[in-house]
Design a protein around this ligand. Sequence first.
Ligand code: C2E
Ligand code: CA
Ligand code: CA
Length: 766
Amino acid sequence: MPVKKAHPEADDPHGDAAAAEAGVGNGTAADDSDLAERESRWNYALVGSSLGVWDHNYRLDRKYYSETWKTMRGMAPDEEAAGDYDAWLQLVHPDDRDFVVHAIDRQNAGDPDYQIFEYRERHRDGRWIWIECRGACVEWDEAGVPTRIVGTDTDITARKQAEETLSRLSRRLDLALDISRIGVFEADIEENMVEWDERLMAIYGLKGISRRNAGEIWAKSLHPDDRERVLGLVDRSVASGSNFQQEYRIIRGDGTERIIRASSAYFIDGNGRRKVVGANWDVTEEVALRNELQRAKDLAEARNRELEAAKASIEHLALHDYLTGLPNRRYLDKMLDERSVECRAKGLALAILHIDLDRFKQINDTLGHRAGDAMLRHVAGVLRNSVRAADFVARIGGDEFVILCAVDAASKKVVGLAERVIRELRKPVRYEGHDCRFGASVGIAVDSGPELDAKQMLLDADIALYRAKGLGRNRFEFFSASDRRDIVSAKQLADEILIGLERNEFVPFYQLQFDARTLDVTGVETLARWQHPAHGLLTPDRFLDIAEDLDVVSTIDALILEKALADRKAWLADGLPVPKISVNVSARRLADPDLGKKLRALKIPPGTISFELLESISLDDCDEAVTANLKKLRKLGIDIQIDDFGTGHASIVSLLRLSPKTLKIDKELIRMLPQSAEQRKLVGSIIDIGRSLDILVIAEGVETADHIRILEELDCDMLQGYALARPIPAMQIPSFIRAGSWRHGENAARIARAELRRALTGRAAK
Ligand code: C2E
Ligand code: CA
Ligand code: CA
């Protein structure tokens, strides 16, 4: 601090600083050296302590400023300090200026309160430095006015900054604690004293806790159920000097229960005292939320488990047959892939047994579905018991089952298994007092090697099954490659049939029918032929079964009828009235509910067309559609003819209900006529029945003159057969009839008969 111009007239910048600082005057030489030593000691001490010394002597009007005083302000050590009070005051921080003026006055006045004060002054480099100014009056004039004031300035900028930082930090901490509602305590373990802050008391709902009994109050606040545990933990952490972290319940001053999270740290303070500083905060909401989340999570997990179970059961349902509990078709498909892979990998053969129950339908039909279900369950049990654990049994349809097993390629096990299954399933099963008997046919496919294709094998097993059934049931058959060839060609033929229908390749051939006595033409039977582009003319035995599978026989029947009607017209135009045309009608067509409508559309002249119905498709239990159609046929003037008569098992009575116009005796019965008297008797009685019921009788398969003769003798009405005419295309009919060549056959018969008679009479004459 420069001098205040209290006595400007006494201004003397050349004062004796050392003397002033040492506070001593002149003396002897010994005194001098003593003095110098003391002075230098002082100087060093002052420099070392960073104190800048100033000395204002108003009486002598001298001002002195030490080097440190100058350097702390950024002045050079040898720079002259002007000592101009006003100029100096400009360097004081504007906010401090009034205070400094006042403080200097008070210091000069010897006010002990102002012996030390702090203020800011501008450093030469422009920044503010904090200065702590200490001063004291050392001399007064007679009137008691201070005449000399001596003091020190200390640069306390660093300390001020530290203080500022500290207060900023503590402000920040306070704010943080305030915002996060964290209460803080500090405990002195030796003294058994605890200091709580306001927030901690608020958390516990307590007011004014004395340092002496805070610990006790805290222990009382603990929830009784938690108290022992928490106090134990605290004791242990104090004893071991370790940190403490806990969550516990308290009962607040107002009686409410809260959950507190506590965290505390153990330390030893500067005085070597063991202390604990800690923080508590209320986590009731947080814990509630956490519990809520946990509950939700538990719930979700439980639901997940339920879903998993539901999913598993849905999957099980999707892959199993509800009735027998066996895997179903879908499961089998999956398994086929798995087992192929497995067999390929292990070098094993895969065997597929396709099992189909025989006569199962009868059980269903006669004893009802419950009996059927019971049988299926029984079968499932038998199959399960017949296989090894590693084998796979599935029910893939109504009464169809499949077994998959991996076997050694050379093993005969499969045969054993098939035999066992057939044997077991043959045994009668008791159901509600009935012995149910059925059986099983088994088709087997076995394959191995890298090309193994289980899906194909399943088809193969099916083909083999088909053959087993065809060969008489209750047996097993292995698949053979020729089976597959047959199937493949049938498949090809099926495709070709459909194409042939589109291309109009199906045509009627006509086989003439004759009066047995006169051999006049009485009618024709239409017979379907397929003009195949590659194989030539095909007869029904080549395509009818497949057409049946394709469900197109009705279509063929219809188109044959249409063409026959057209041909009939053409023959008429040609002057050749053919009395009657008979067409073969399949069972499917006869059951077609639209048959009547379709026939009406054809505008068939009544009495010109006859429908040949197979005896087997008639009649014992024909359904309503068939009965209705038969009625319509009669209304439309279409005759009904029973085809292949004598081969079926239809009762005469049921045949009569159809009121047929004609019975056609099957060619099997005709063939043996010459050789078999029994056959002759049978055919004779059929003819008699027809006669008595007013039904015409026609014989088919008339191949020889003998046939013609015998049938004439038996009084048959009409004849059809190769002996008289073969099936021929429509265009050949007129010329055939005009040529009348079949009558040569008649002649031949007559000659034969005459010969026979001659031989007999000749023998008799002998
Ligand atoms: P089906 O109705 O019993 O026809 C008679 C079959 O015997 C015909 O064979 C005919 O060619 C043959 N046949 C004629 N005379 C003789 C003979 O003296 N000896 C021998 N052994 N056979 C003779 P096809 O034409 O091969 O017909 C076979 C079967 O196909 C027919 O038997 C019939 O059931 C069926 N069919 C033929 N055409 C049709 C049709 O348009 N619709 C339907 N649904 N079935 C047809
Ligand atoms: Ca026929
Ligand atoms: Ca026939």
